[in-house]
Design a protein around this ligand. Structure first.
Ligand code: GLU
Length: 468
């Protein structure tokens, strides 16, 4: 049977790092085995599910490039099918109506807690209960009382659950809506899912799901429960640890490939290797190699990876993502040099695209004022003559190449008997507004002659005004 995996988020928030990793593992498993990857939106909790959240999840998947082969399939569109299966379970005696009231269940629970027992349904209606006036029944699955369920987990190995420990779970609420365990079973079955890869917070649901599948005469898929992700304080990763929404990483200037590489390494490794392209991940990833232990999120490592990818990805690709950041700064990249060229000169010194965008604004828009410290240090009277020299020489340069620009700067320094920095640094502040920019010849080349000349003129006027 060909491999089919699914990612089944509940749309009650954004796509978070943990969800994205589960999606990635499922996607990789499908891609590795020539299978299909299904996206299923588990939106049956009508009160908590929102359209914004569905959109946020889809947006996150798209940004990460985790394309799905089928879906999105919405559970809310499948209620008729769930009803059909619930009826089938009732007809075969594998489910029954339970008329216990909320008060009775609460009392049952309180008594069990009082006896220090695990709270569970006591099976009161299991032998068959008469309808009760004014009580809309729930439907419970008749869980076997004997034997055990062995979950052969691809990550954790065999996990044994005694049926005696599992009570009769509700599969349909009194308003007749199906519950999570029922919908998942029906969907995994109907969608032919062969491998269920999900967070280990679902591990206790798995024996229940296997029992329902058995009652339906179906085989269980293979399961892999991936351990949770912890923050650097050892607590479950949450908002407290900073960005946990995948799209927040986009806002913060990360490349999707860096985040994917980071996510795959959260709980999986291949020797001591750190960098994996998507194709390499597909070739090397094996769900069986995922760690049993929880993994810890490390923002420094993610930043390091981002820098690696900014350096090694095609400049055009980085530019594509940088363009988004430029837009946020109200810059239209068409108003200046090719963004990919900017990437080439900036990438070495940047860890995020936010940083790269901020440091590149001057290529596209005049700055309002000079960085105070840089101006005080560099735009002094001694810089005036070199700036005037360069202005004139740049005006008459036959071709605006970085070599020719470099020659002018060098020659100006030599003629004035100054160190190169004493000439290049004032020039840098003049054109970039501050003391940080790519190599000066590259900077000017990209800035273009017209903008360069204007800015040198502005700096000359500024120095003159300061010393007047
Ligand atoms: N909808 C569940 C969740 O978001 C996942 C269910 C599953 O993977 O079986 O946690």
């Amino acid at each position: 049977m060909s491999t089919r995996t699914r990612f089944a988020p509940s749309p009650t928030g954004y796509l978070h790092v943990g969800g994205a990793r589960t999606a990635l593992f499922s996607w990789l498993h499908a891609r590795k085995h020539g299978g299909r990857f299904i996206l299923r939106i588990e939106d049956t909790d009508i009160e908590r599910s929102t359209l914004e959240s569905v959109n946020a999840i889809l947006e996150g998947m798209t940004w990460l490039g985790l394309e799905y082969d089928e879906g999105p399939i919405y559970q809310t569109e499948r209620f008729d099918r769930y009803k059909e299966i619930i009826q089938q379970l009732l007809d075969s005696g594998n489910a029954y109506r339970c008329y216990c009231t909320k008060e009775e269940l609460e009392q049952m629970r309180a008594e069990q807690m009082g006896r220090k027992e695990k709270p569970r349904y006591n099976g009161q209606c299991r032998p068959g209960a008469e309808p009760r006036e004014g009580v809309e029944p729930v439907i419970r699955f008749r869980n076997p009382v004997e034997g055990a369920v062995i979950v052969d987990d691809m990550v954790r190995g065999n996990i044994i659950f005694n049926n005696a420990e599992l009570d009769d779970l509700v599969i349909a609420r009194s308003d007749s809506t199906p519950t999570y365990n029922l919908t998942v079973v029906v969907d995994d079955l109907d969608m032919g899912v062969t491998h269920v890869i999900r967070g280990d917070d679902h591990i206790n649901n798995t024996p229940r799901q296997i029992n329902i599948l058995k009652a339906l005469g179906a085989e269980s898929p293979h399961y892999a429960h991936v351990p949770m992700i912890l923050g650097d304080d050892g607590k479950r990763l949450s908002k407290r640890h900073g960005a946990v929404s995948v799209m927040q990483y986009r806002e913060d200037g990360f490349l999707p490939e860096a985040l994917l590489n980071y996510l795959v390494r959260l709980g999986w490794s291949h020797g001591d290797r750190e960098l994996f392209s998507l194709d390499e991940m597909i070739a090397l990833f094996d769900i069986k190699d995922v760690n049993k232990a929880a993994s810890t999120f490390n923002s420094e490592q993610l930043l390091w990876l981002n820098h690696q990818y900014i350096m090694s990805s095609a400049p055009e690709r980085v530019a594509h993502h940088l363009s988004y950041q430029m837009g946020k700064l109200d810059i239209d990249p068409a108003d200046g040099p090719e963004l990919a060229e900017v990437v080439k000169v900036q990438r070495e010194r940047t860890k995020t695209l936010v940083e790269m965008a901020q440091n590149s604004v001057f290529f596209y828009r005049d700055f309002d004022s000079y960085d105070e410290k840089a101006a005080r240090k560099n735009l002094k009277l001694v810089a005036l003559e070199p700036l005037v020299d360069m202005l004139n020489n740049f005006k008459s340069l036959p071709d605006w190449s970085s070599e020719a620009i470099h020659a002018v700067v060098l020659e100006t320094a030599e003629r004035r008997g100054l160190k190169l920095g004493k000439v290049a640094q004032p020039l840098r502040v003049a054109v970039a507004g501050g003391s940080v920019s790519p190599p000066i010849d590259m900077t000017l080349k990209l800035l273009g002659r017209e903008r360069t000349l204007q800015r040198i003129e502005r700096a000359i006027a500024w120095v003159e005004a300061q010393s007047a």
